[in-house]
Design a protein around this ligand. Structure first.
Ligand code: AMP
Ligand code: MG
Length: 323
């Protein structure tokens, strides 16, 4: 092909497509948080369709796993606590199974039955449980009392009043799923986040994505920035949903041993391949604190941790120290 012809073809066919190629950004409120997606695509119309499919997938998971939506499978499990087992779909069954496994790995720091006490908190209305209701409900926090029946694919919460909530793992699960969906739809470069759970697909142009970790006590300020490529990061912080009463910070991460907000650290970020794991582990390490938390992550080669403790001191897992 002659040089001039090639040049003309470039001008007519390729150049306009390159001009149209651009970053697309959309944000929606789903799962009680802000869900954001940024991705690269060369076709505006196609990109709109991809964004719609992305948010539809997020909403599908919300409908399945929300403890507030009466038609959700999770709602049905809680409603039948101490009464009867509930058969559920494979997806929720597997996530509950994984939550129990993580409960074992973290010696109960991660416990989805925290909700048996967790529902007594109302952060918007500044309500925390009094000593009596805390004592009455605390025995109901015990993930070992979630009875799974693989044959029937059913779940029974052994005692009346027990509740489960997947707030510490479902967003990460949803992020993994949504990123896989983007890949299936041909996207090779994207950043997806649901609240504190973020996953980077590919690079941001020629460079890795740059992820900022929030300073837990200075709103809008960054404590640290990290380059990311094809990996996930989750941050759990005591500044996300909280109120302060009589000098005590009541926030949304509950120590299953006490039924009260965990107070050893201000923020935990976990980095690794799977968002479902970084999500659950960030919540777990927040409860475990610096010493036990780092010990846990240092024996998991695929995951790294960055902790900001209650005195604002930074701590890194061995893999991050080595870099
Ligand atoms: P994250 O922001 O990912 O750390 O998740 C915090 C959410 O996890 C809370 O809003 C609760 O829904 C849930 N959660 C709180 N404490 C625990 C716990 N000890 N184990 C499992 N999930 C928890
Ligand atoms: Mg988490």
């Amino acid at each position: 092909m002659g040089t001039i012809l090639r040049y003309l073809l470039f001008l007519i066919l390729i150049f306009p497509a390159l001009c149209r190629a651009q970053w697309h950004f959309e944000e929606q409120a789903i799962m009680g948080t802000s869900v954001k997606v940024t991705f690269w695509h060369n076709d505006e119309v196609q990109a709109k369709k991809i964004a719609s499919a992305f948010f539809a997938e997020m909403e599908r998971i919300n409908q399945l796993m929300s403890p507030y939506i009466e038609s959700s499978e999770l709602y049905s499990i809680n409603k039948n606590a101490g009464i009867k087992e509930v058969s559920i779909g494979e997806e929720l069954y597997q996530l509950i199974e994984l939550s129990i496994e993580i409960g074992n790995q973290t010696k109960g720091a991660f416990d989805i039955t925290f909700a048996s006490v967790g529902f007594l908190y109302n952060y918007r209305e500044r309500i925390n449980p009094n000593q009596e209701s805390l004592l009455n409900n605390q025995a109901l926090i015990d993930y070992r009392q979630i009875k799974l029946n693989p044959q029937k694919q059913s779940v029974l919460l052994a005692q009346k009043g027990m509740k489960i909530d997947l707030g510490g793992i479902a967003k990460g699960y949803a992020v993994d799923n949504a990123v896989s969906l983007l890949q299936t739809l041909g996207v090779t470069s994207a950043l997806v986040s649901a609240g504190g759970d973020t996953k980077a697909l590919g690079k941001h142009g020629q460079r890795p994505w740059l992820l900022a970790i929030q300073d837990p006590r200075k709103k809008g300020k960054h404590a640290i920035q990290l380059p990311m490529e094809d990996e996930a990061i989750s941050t759990s912080g005591d500044y996300e949903r909280y109120f302060i009463k009589e000098g005590i910070r009541h926030h949304h991460i509950i120590d299953p041993k006490t039924g009260r907000s965990a107070s050893e650290v201000q923020s935990v970020s976990i980095i690794g391949a799977k968002s479902v794991m970084t999500d659950a582990l960030s919540t777990s390490v927040f409860v475990l604190g610096v010493k036990e938390g780092l010990a846990l992550i240092n024996q998991m080669p695929a995951y790294e941790a960055l902790i900001i403790d209650k005195d604002r001191k930074l701590h890194f897992s061995n893999g991050l120290l080595a870099n």
